[in-house]
Design a protein around this ligand. Sequence first.
Ligand SMILES: *[C@@H]1O[C@H](CO)[C@@H](O)[C@H](O)[C@H]1NC(C)=O
Ligand SMILES: *[C@@H]1O[C@H](CO)[C@@H](O)[C@H](O)[C@H]1NC(C)=O
Ligand SMILES: [Zn+2]
Ligand SMILES: [Zn+2]
Length: 589
Amino acid sequence: MKFFPCFGFLLLFFYNVSCSVYSEVADENLPFSYQPSGWKRVFEKMLEKKRSLPFPFFSNKNDLSEFALCAICDVAMSVILTERGFDMTKVQIEAQLQYFCSSFLGIEDDRVCEGIIDVNADAVLYIMDNTKDTVGSTQICSQLLDCDVGSKYFEWTIGDLKGKTVDKVESTGEKTFKIAHITDIHYDPNYTEGKVLKCGEPLCCQPDQPDATADQTACGRWSSFKDADSPLRLLNAAIDGINEQDYDYVYFTGDLVAHTVWKTSQEYNKKTITEAMDLFAKKFKKPVIPILGNHETHPVNLYAPLNITDDSINQKWLFETVFDKWSKWLDEEAKETIKQGGFYSILLKKGLRVIVLNNNAAHKENWWNLYDSEDPYGQLKWLVQTLEKAENNKEIVHILSHIPSSSCMKVWSREYNKIIERFSNTIAAQFNGHTHKDHFSIYYDSKSVANNMVINGASVMPDKANPNFKIYTVDSTGYDIMDAEVYSFDLEKANNDKIETIKWEKLYSFANEFGVSKLVPSELDALIKRMADGIKKKDYTLIDLYHKFYYRNSKSSQAKCDETCQKKYICEILTTVHGETSMCDNLWT
Ligand SMILES: *[C@@H]1O[C@H](CO)[C@@H](O)[C@H](O)[C@H]1NC(C)=O
Ligand SMILES: *[C@@H]1O[C@H](CO)[C@@H](O)[C@H](O)[C@H]1NC(C)=O
Ligand SMILES: [Zn+2]
Ligand SMILES: [Zn+2]
């Protein structure tokens, strides 16, 4: 039983890596929001070992219910919390974790386990040691597995919002301009063609991994289908592809750093960010509005509160790097807040304000929320003030944030939705990244009326789809998105044919294919009802189209999307508060 206390640590450490791009148990056919969490994978590994574990409740693997998982979590966490007083040094703990990770549970291989433990150790131990008196097993399991979701844990509010939203400024489409959207590049400077694609580590195509033999699939010239990031030539091709289009601004919604999450460092991430932002500055012909992703920080996902003054575990280095690298596109007002947490606002043109959030801090996978979850960096408070100012100045707003609000802490996403409702007519559109999939979501007010929308940029790195960027036609009066065009190319064909220059093709126009005149909440709401009605009547035209574009017509698009998968697509569109699924539940009852 001596090793048992380590489970708690083990879980905290492994979540980060197992939740990243690598997911053996992931069903190819489930929308992003429904991929099993990395946690389930860890617990499944534990259950496979159940005979050697002191968990009596399970007789077979089918018992893996939510309840069972929460029970395991609670027991493991309670023990670790009770026994934390043990005088275990960091070195002892690391050694035991290493044993559990590689030898005992076989979650990753030796070097990945060692790396992931090493990069996470200081921050996770700090959080553990400094939440002794306040954080219990129930809270931890609530954040990890949504056990007891909606409970009193992490409860706070930004308070009541005064006033009502202004009248909507209609978009007529008479005068428009273009915005290019590029996201989730995951630039991998070490990407190596010819390595074995199924490498068994969280990221493949690395120089120190084996070469592919004749009967194995090799990493291609332009990146590869799964567990491969973007080589420099793909990043260059994406910028060149956008430059061939007409555009006035570029929105970049985060994730520059590769998925080598077991060997990131402040230095390495800083280098990647610097290199990529210098390339943007050199090549893009128009201003860029950049934001932070959950991969920009080190270790991945962890954004510490500002009062954590230890520079080895806080993000001072990151905020300073982006302050420097983004400054050529920003004005004094925008620069004021970047070092306070990586967020800012900028008047893009007369009448249009862009608000950039660093909502990675509110991401469910940011363990600092166990330490202090209340309105990270004071961003929501600042958001309200900034929206009030915009409203008074008769400006329309676009909000850019990396993580879909439904993947943030429940309390944060609830308060965020409250703000969206209050300012719904000031905010014309929101833009996300992170999921690597082409989708959108609709925000609803307390009376279930659609009041806002968010569109996802999908990704440049493939992640089971074809690389893409988007070009939006935006109305010059109401700043609604009139159309979203998606540009992509056939990755497998480009690799097989050893193409020298990528020719980006227009995959589709959202307005044409889905029959809307503009991407506004009311029209998207009507579209989703048509889609859902189609499913009920077994007319799958619209949902099949959605499935095809979700993966940019790659081989994942050919995999069948059955009724469960179809309904989950609809629910993903209708969910903007974490765990709050009543909008979609009502649709099927
Ligand atoms: C990149 O490759 C070099 C050479 O193999 C290696 O030493 C280095 O650790 C790699 N860096 C990362 C972050 O993968
Ligand atoms: C940081 O702020 C939080 C919330 O106010 C507080 O609980 C915590 O003790 C502070 N930490 C430090 C190191 O000052
Ligand atoms: Zn990403
Ligand atoms: Zn991300």
